[in-house]
Every structure is written in C-alpha cells, then in structure tokens.
Ligand binder design. Structure first.
Ligand SMILES: *Cc1c(COP(=O)(O)O)cnc(C)c1O
Length: 393
C-alpha cells in the first residue's frame, strides 16, 4: 500500500530555512526588523493590487499578529464592539469567526449561506439587522470572495462596520480588487500551518483607516501607546513607556516573520499551482454524482485554499462512507465546516436549530474537502483523482 497522503502540507523552501537561521543568529527573536519587513511587503503587495492607492484611496496598512483569531479580536475591539452589540456572521465557518465577538461581550448573530458559494447570504444579512447590529463579518469561504459589493452596500445603508475574515483569501480578488483592498473597515488573513501561506502560526490585520491601525498596534502589545512613547523618547530614557489600555499579547515574532517574508513572495505561485490541480479535479469529477466547488466569476481570483466536493442527491453513499473509502485508500480529507449552529456552545447559548440554516446544514451533511496544496506531485494528484473516481463509480 502507498504511504498515507495528508490532507494538507506546507511548502517550505531553503529561503525560509535560511531566513529563520539568520534570525536566530541575529539575536533578535521577537517582533523587530523582520516583522516590520513582513508588514511593509504585505502593504506593498496590496497597494500595488487593483483598487489601491491608484484610485485615490488611503494606502492599506498592515499589522502582523500571532494568529488570525488575535487579528479579528483586535479589529473588532478597534471598531468599538462591546457588550450588547450584535455582529452578523455566517454559520458556515470556523468557530474563531464568532468567538472573537464573545471575547468582547457582544453577540454573534448567525445567518445561512448561499447554496453555490457557501458564502454569507446578503439577503439574510439584511433580514438579521436589528437596532443592536454594529458589524458584519463575511468569510471568504475556501478562498472565493463573498458578495462584497452587496455586503458593503448593506453596511453603508445601515451604518454598519465590515470586518472580513480573510483567513482563506490570500491571494483572492473580487471585481478586479484584491481582498484586503476593498472598502471595508479591516480584513484579517491567517498564516496557520495549513493556510495558503504559513508562518506556523500567524496573521495580518489590514486596513485603510490609520486610527484603526493605531489602535490595533497599541492593543497588540499590552496597550502600550507608541506615539506617547515616541514623544518622550527624545527626553526620556529608553526604558520609558506608557500603558493606555489593558491590551493583549498578540505580536508576531521575527522567527515567524522570517518564514512569512518568503512565503508571501510565493503566494501567487502557490495559488497558480493549486489552480492547476483544481482544473484537473474539475475535469476528472465533472461526470460523477458530485457538486463541484464554485469558481470565481470574471474579474475574480479564487485563492483555492480548499477544494470542497459535495455529494449530489444522486450519490448513494453517505458523506461518512465516502470519507472512510478515501481513508481506506490512504487519502486524507476533512470537512469544512461543522457549522456553528451544530456546535454545543453556540447551539445552547443562542438556541440555534438546524432548521434555521438549511443550506449550511445540507452542505455539511454532503461535503468533503480533499487534498489541495502546492506541494502535491502529479502522482499524488492522480492518486486522489482515481480514489475519488473509484469510490463514486
Ligand atoms: C483558520 C481560520 C481562522 C483562524 O485563523 P488562526 O490564524 O488559526 O487564528 C479564522 N477563520 C477561518 C475561517 C479560518 O479558516
């Protein structure tokens, strides 16, 4: 039998290894010059992309953090989310999207997704707005952008903030504009080990709003106000600092940023490699009893973080039988996601019923994510294709 093929693997080159070694030798391990470089490289990438400063917007600024969860927490804190507020989130996501709302004492309001993209349904967002609603948090599921034109329009109309959970969305484009560069309050990317680029653990908050960035910077590191600090540096000795809020410990280390600097350079190469695998999967599976994942529309770019197959009604296997059959052939797979309305904490706290989320519920019962990562060899792609074909034949 062939070796087990994992569901996900990072692609790490000699450049990353050398940069980490340099960092170790430099003696500066925590947040410092490599993190600043990672941030400025990230800013440069987004500001060069469509919809950036060329259209007269404020440039995008980036703040590196030790996870996307931390970044989402900081962004929501910076826009002023607090007890009694409501934040609209899709049910079809990872728990981090909703948990950060609870960190601030506010309540997530769960809505169902669209049957094609599995992204948040704008009509249901509209219907969920109350006098307590403060923000909308779309997730770009699997790397396909949510309907941002509609979400931004709803937010404008109702005076709401928009914070994008862009954990899957590097690089991803909608209507020719890169996610991270849209007219929202902030977007947050993840560099967790299985994401489109990785630093092991890590994340990036991006925003055009200098005030939001300033607040995130302060709260990222214990509520220490750098501007106050800088004002005093000329007069006061270097040990002096001022704490202006009970902040968090969310900074990214230079060791992690050393990896990120090189991963970021390869983000588009990695995406192109995943796209080539997706094209093969789509061609190989089109006549099987499955629903293929939705691609990006014209002027859009799908980051293809995940390849999510859904068994159609014509398929007699259950999802669990399908997963078992793939495992029996040595193919790792996963499910994205067990919807939040089925998770005990969310279900009990907010009295959620699966009948309220029919699209997410049905998708969950029939979905499987199969291996999709830049490091896959042609032989590995062929193995996955034949395992899926044999199982569904
Ligand atoms: C991975 C993920 C997160 C959390 O990212 P971390 O960097 O692990 O904190 C948040 N939302 C979604 C949709 C994710 O997939």
């Amino acid at each position: 039998m062939q070796p087990f093929l994992p569901f996900a693997l990072p692609e790490i080159g000699e450049e990353e290894i050398q940069e980490v070694a340099n960092c170790l030798r430099s003696g500066w391990l925590t947040t410092g010059p490599k993190t600043r470089q990672f941030e400025t490289d990230f800013e440069a990438m987004l500001n060069a992309a469509g919809g950036g400063v060329a259209q007269g917007n404020q440039p995008v600024q980036a703040i590196a953090v030790n996870s996307a969860t931390a970044g989402l927490h900081l962004a929501l804190e910076a826009i002023g989310i607090g007890p009694g507020d409501e934040v609209i989130v899709p049910t079809h996501t990872f728990t981090a999207t909703a948990e950060v709302v609870r960190y601030l004492g506010a309540d997530p309001v769960f809505v169902d997704v669209l049957p094609g993209s599995l992204n948040i349904n704008p009509a249901l967002v509209r219907a969920a707005i109350t006098s307590r609603t403060k923000a909308i948090m779309p997730v770009h599921f699997a790397g396909l952008a949510a309907d941002m034109a509609e979400i931004i329009a709803i937010a404008k109309q109702h005076g709401l903030k928009v914070v994008e959970d862009a954990a899957h969305a590097l690089p991803c484009t909608v209507n020719g504009i890169a996610v991270g560069n849209l007219q929202t309050d902030a977007a947050v990317f993840s560099f967790y080990a299985n994401k489109t680029i990785t630093t092991g653990e890590g994340g990036m908050v991006v925003s055009r709003n200098p005030e939001l960035i300033k607040r995130c910077k302060t709260m990222r590191l214990h509520g220490i106000n750098r501007d106050v600090f800088d004002r005093f540096t000329s007069k006061a000795p270097s040990w002096y600092y001022e704490v202006v809020a009970p902040g968090f410990k969310y900074n990214l280390t230079d060791l992690a940023s050393a990896i990120g600097i090189h991963q970021l350079k390869k983000a588009e190469l990695f995406r192109a490699k995943r796209q080539a695998i997706v094209d093969q999967y789509n061609a190989a599976f089109e006549n099987l009893p499955v629903i293929l994942p939705q691609g990006a529309v014209a002027d859009g770019l799908h980051s293809w973080h995940l390849y999510v197959l859904r068994l159609s009604d014509a398929c007699l296997l259950s999802r669990d039988q399908f997963v078992e059959a793939l495992y029996a052939q040595g193919i790792g797979c996963s499910v994205h996601y067990i919807p939040l309305h089925l998770q005990p904490y969310w279900q009990d706290t907010y009295k959620l019923s699966k009948n309220s989320f029919p699209v997410s519920q049905k998708a969950y019962e029939r979905m499987v994510s199969i291996p999709l990562y830049s490091k896959m060899t042609q032989a590995e792609v062929d193995r996955v294709v034949s395992a899926v074909q044999q199982t569904l034949a």
